[in-house]
Design a protein around this ligand. Structure first.
Ligand SMILES: Nc1ncnc2c1ncn2[C@@H]1O[C@H](COP(=O)(O)OP(=O)(O)O)[C@@H](O)[C@H]1O
Ligand SMILES: [Mg+2]
Length: 314
C-alpha cells in the first residue's frame, strides 16, 4: 500500500469527494502509516467455513487491454451507458473471450484524477470477498487509461429504484426495502467486524448499493475505503472525503475517522429507504433539503438516532 503515496489525489469530482469541514487541523494520513500487510484483510477475514469457501473461489483480478474493453462496450457507445458518477462513466459490456456480461467503469482522465482511488479500489476488492460486496472481475491500466470491470448488476443501484423513479415505475415494497437494508448492513458488518484490520468504507450511499435480480444488495465503489484503526488507536486521521449529506458530522468536523462514520451513513440510507427522500434535495423547500435535519424536526419518539445508526419508529 505504501506505493499509493506516489500518486496524488485531487478531488474536484461531482457528487463525492472532499467534504467541507469546520476544522482544518487534520491531514490525510500518509498511506505508509497503514498496517503493512493488507493481505491480512482477506486471510483473517475468512475464518468461517462459508467465507473461506467464498474466498478460495476467487481468482485474482484479471487485467484487460483497452482494446478488449472498447470492444466489449461497442467502443463505449452511448446505448451501453449505465450511469455516471464522480469517478467516470459506467458501461454495460460483454467480454469477447468468455461472453460474460460486465459493467465497465471508465475513469475520467483529467490529469490522472482518481488514480489513487483506482489503486485503492483494485487492492481492496482483490482482498475483500463477500456476497454483499460487488465482485471486481478485473481492471485495465493501459497507458493513461484506467478502467474497472465489475460483475454486472442487472437492477442497477438502490438510487434508481428509490429516488429516481420514472413515471409508471412502482415504488419498492417494504419487504424489499428491508431486504436491501439488511444486505447493505451485512456488507458493512463484514468490512468492520470480519476484515482484519477493519475497513472503513467512507462512501455508503444509495447509488453505491447495487442490486442483483433478486434485490440482493452489494456495496460498490471502494476508492475511498481506508484501513481502520488497529491496536489501541480509536480512529485514523484523514482528509475528509465522502458524499455530502451522508458524511458523519464528527468526522466532517475533526477528520477523525472510525467505523462509526460508516454507521452514520448507513443511518442516512435507512432514512432514505423509509422516506423515499434524498439525503440532500435542493429542489425541496428550505428546512426540508437536508434529510437528517428535516427528520430531526419531528418529535423524539419518531426520529432516528443516527449517531448510533439505529432508529425507532413509533
Ligand atoms: N456493476 C454495476 N452493474 C450495473 N450498474 C452499475 C454498476 N456499477 C455502477 N452502475 C451504475 O452506474 C451508476 C454510476 O456509478 P458510479 O460511477 O459508481 O457513480 P455513483 O456511485 O456516484 O452514482 C450507478 O449509479 C449504477 O446505476
Ligand atoms: Mg458508485
Amino acid at each position: 500500500m505504501s506505493c499509493f503515496s506516489c500518486f496524488s489525489s485531487k478531488s474536484s469530482r461531482r457528487k463525492r469527494g472532499p467534504v467541507p469541514a469546520a476544522a482544518s487541523h487534520y491531514q490525510e494520513a500518509p498511506v505508509h502509516a497503514q498496517p503493512e500487510n493488507p493481505r491480512r484483510v482477506s486471510a483473517e477475514a475468512t475464518n468461517k467455513k462459508d467465507e473461506s469457501k467464498e474466498a478460495s473461489n476467487n481468482i485474482a483480478a484479471q487485467t484487460f487491454t483497452f482494446r478488449e474493453l472498447a470492444s466489449a462496450t461497442k467502443n463505449f457507445r452511448q446505448e451501453c451507458l449505465l450511469g455516471e458518477g464522480g469517478f467516470g462513466r459506467v458501461y454495460k459490456g460483454q467480454l469477447e473471450k468468455t461472453g460474460q456480461i460486465v459493467a465497465v467503469k471508465q475513469l475520467d482522465r483529467n490529469g490522472f484524477q482518481g488514480n489513487r482511488e483506482f489503486l485503492v479500489e483494485v487492492l481492496m476488492l482483490s482482498l475483500l470477498h463477500h456476497q454483499n460486496l460487488v465482485n471486481l472481475i478485473g481492471y485495465c491500466a493501459d497507458g493513461d487509461q484506467r478502467l474497472l470491470v465489475y460483475e454486472y448488476m442487472p437492477l442497477g443501484s438502490l438510487e434508481d429504484h428509490l429516488l429516481d423513479l420514472s413515471s409508471g415505475q412502482r415504488p419498492l415494497d417494504w419487504f424489499t426495502r428491508i431486504k436491501i437494508g439488511l444486505g447493505a448492513a451485512k456488507g458493512l458488518e463484514y468490512l468492520h467486524d470480519k476484515a482484519n484490520p477493519p475497513v472503513i468504507y467512507r462512501d455508503l450511499k444509495s447509488s453505491n448499493i447495487l442490486l442483483d435480480r433478486e434485490f440482493n444488495a452489494k456495496l460498490s465503489d471502494f476508492g475511498l475505503a481506508k484501513l481502520g484503526p488497529v491496536g489501541d488507536k480509536t480512529h485514523v486521521s484523514s482528509r475528509v472525503m465522502g458524499t455530502y449529506g451522508y458524511c458523519a458530522p464528527e468526522y466532517q468536523r475533526t477528520g477523525q475517522l472510525t467505523v462509526k462514520s460508516d454507521v452514520y451513513s448507513f443511518g442516512v440510507v435507512l432514512l432514505e429507504l423509509i422516506t423515499g427522500r434524498r439525503a440532500i434535495d435542493t429542489t425541496r423547500q428550505t428546512g426540508e433539503q437536508n434529510l437528517v435535519s428535516w427528520v430531526s424536526t419531528f418529535p423524539l419518539s419518531c426520529t432516528t438516532n443516527l449517531r448510533f445508526g439505529a432508529f425507532k419508529l413509533v
